[in-house]
Write a protein that binds this ligand. Structure first.
Ligand code: ADP
Length: 484
């Protein structure tokens, strides 16, 4: 039987993206189609999204009042998949980023913006929007996580869909002042520890985790880690209480977008059999970033420049990286102090270190296809996508042993080397000493080009396409629905 799933999120590639969440939401419909699961995606009508769907996308529903706002639902097709967009100009059509204003502060009405997203999802999944009917609602992150709570406490008039919440990053929880509670239209009993109340506030993610039929996160190791205070960020008790319905499914990558054999951003496309051609991409990186051309390995960083990503520690070891004989290219945006620290390091090391502050998809592809190694020293990493792209592009991942990084990279320890199976390097605890040690180990492996080549080949042969992850989600959906 074909299952009908409503995927509710604040981002979906290629329409609107600030991070890995968008890649996953964008990929799910295609990943689940082979399993006889039709995924419809519901996202807010940010200006970019409205431009992409165009004026022709019909208005299919009108809310005179949804959490105190007038809104319309527009429907469009992305390829063969249905997209629903909430048009509410007073909420979404603004200069700035999806969650913050141009000064970098959270939008003052984020509580309302994402309550509307969740309420619209719940309406669609409980018969309140004529013509729509779903078996299951899949809510992503705090922005959508109130939807299962609405389904639980205040559903629409029709059959109520089952629900799943996926945690892409438990650090972002969506907590808002209690005085907004009456505006949500939830019954008084929802204001409890069993409902939406969270340390005296309204917890959007908390509410979803409490009320959804199942909880997933984006790697098995992260699913374990969030049971502990160090990673659970206050939600560890709830996660532990619901341990039986918590699981981890690693994200996949989309080969239509990430394939070194056919990538318009690479001057020299290559396959696992033509890895020697890759050098032309390295030369292009050197040229684009003004690096000296020599035999040293080029490390790259493609990342949000934040504490989570360990960037404050990495920036401290740039001098060591250069002293060891490495070069570095950084592409990222984030914490202004870190942006300055990286830019300053580049000034200290002309020809050895280059930093581009900005967000640039094509450049990220070139770096994956031309640099030798990517450094990912995250303090925590629910799944991580850049290491998966790196594997596919023969760029060896050097990663902290946490979350999805621990699950997807095979460390080049002696046993793994003897068996010829490593795909990268891992290290414990993000400290300057540990990063310098792993960089030193990377330099040694790079000096042995046979070993290096083995890691590249293993990485390129590893299958992190959506094939496996799609199957896991399909199994989960069906089990939540009682295996129809
Ligand atoms: P997170 O979602 O925590 O930021 P992920 O590794 O899961 O981290 O996903 C990050 C995504 O954003 C990847 O697709 C990565 O290539 C992309 N990305 C991050 N920073 C940049 C940048 N400055 N330019 C281009 N792409 C970037």
């Amino acid at each position: 039987m074909t299952l009908s799933v409503l995927s509710v999120a604040s981002e979906a590639f290629p329409l609107i993206k600030t991070g890995g969440l968008a890649d996953v939401v964008g990929a799910l419909p295609e990943a689940l189609a082979p399993h006889d699961i039709a995924v419809t995606t519901l996202i807010p009508g940010f200006p970019k999204v409205m431009r992409a769907i165009g004026e022709d996308a019909p208005r299919v529903h009108h809310w005179t009042h949804i959490i105190g706002t007038e809104a319309w639902l527009r429907e469009a097709m992305i390829g063969t998949h249905r997209l629903l967009v909430i048009e509410a100009p007073q909420l979404w059509e603004r200069e700035g980023l999806p969650y913050v204003d141009t000064a970098g502060n959270d939008w003052h009405d984020n509580w309302r913006r994402f309550a509307v997203l969740a309420r619209a999802g719940a309406d669609l999944a409980s018969g309140a929007v004529p013509g729509y009917d779903f078996d299951l609602l899949h809510a992503h992150d705090w922005q959508a996580a109130l939807a299962p709570a609405f389904l639980h406490y205040a559903p629409g008039p029709g059959p109520v869909a089952k629900s799943i919440v996926t945690i892409h990053n438990i650090a972002f929880q969506g907590s808002f002042a209690a005085h907004h509670f009456p505006d949500l239209g939830l019954p008084p009993e929802a204001w409890s520890v069993e409902g939406v109340e969270y340390y005296g506030q309204i917890g959007y993610l908390k509410a979803g985790l409490r009320t959804a039929d199942a909880i997933t996160t984006v790697s098995p190791t992260y699913a374990e880690e969030i049971h502990r205070a160090q990673y659970g960020m206050g939600l560890e008790g709830l996660i532990a209480a619901r341990a039986e319905c918590v699981s981890g499914i690693v994200n996949g990558i989309d080969p239509a977008i990430w394939s070194p054999t056919a990538d318009a951003a690479l001057p020299a496309p290559f396959t696992v059999d033509t890895l020697d051609d890759r050098i032309a991409n390295k030369r292009a990186v050197e040229q684009a970033f003004g690096l000296e051309q020599d035999d040293s390995p080029i490390f790259t960083v493609i990342s949000r420049l934040t504490w989570q990503k360990g960037m404050d520690v990495l920036v401290e070891v740039i001098d060591d990286l250069v002293a060891l004989g490495g070069q570095l290219v950084v592409l990222g945006t984030g914490d202004p102090a870190l942006e300055i620290a990286f830019a300053t390091a580049a000034l200290r090391h002309p020809g050895r270190v280059a930093v581009r502050i900005g967000y640039d998809e094509p450049v990220s592809h070139l770096l994956q296809g031309g640099c030798d190694a990517i450094v990912i020293p995250s303090r925590f990493e629910p799944c991580g996508l850049t290491q998966l792209y790196a594997l596919a592009y023969g760029c060896v991942p050097v990663v902290a042993r946490t979350g999805g990084l621990a699950d997807t990279i095979i460390d080049a320890n002696e046993a793994a080397l003897a068996m010829g199976v490593p795909t990268g390097l891992q290290f414990d605890n993000v400290t300057t000493n540990n990063i310098v040690a792993v960089l030193r180990r990377t330099m040694r492996l790079y000096a042995d080009q046979d070993q290096w080549r083995t890691m590249q080949v293993n990485g390129m042969n590893a299958d992190y396409s959506w094939h496996h992850s799609g199957r896991h989600y399909a199994e989960l959906y069906r089990s939540v629905l009682g295996n129809p």
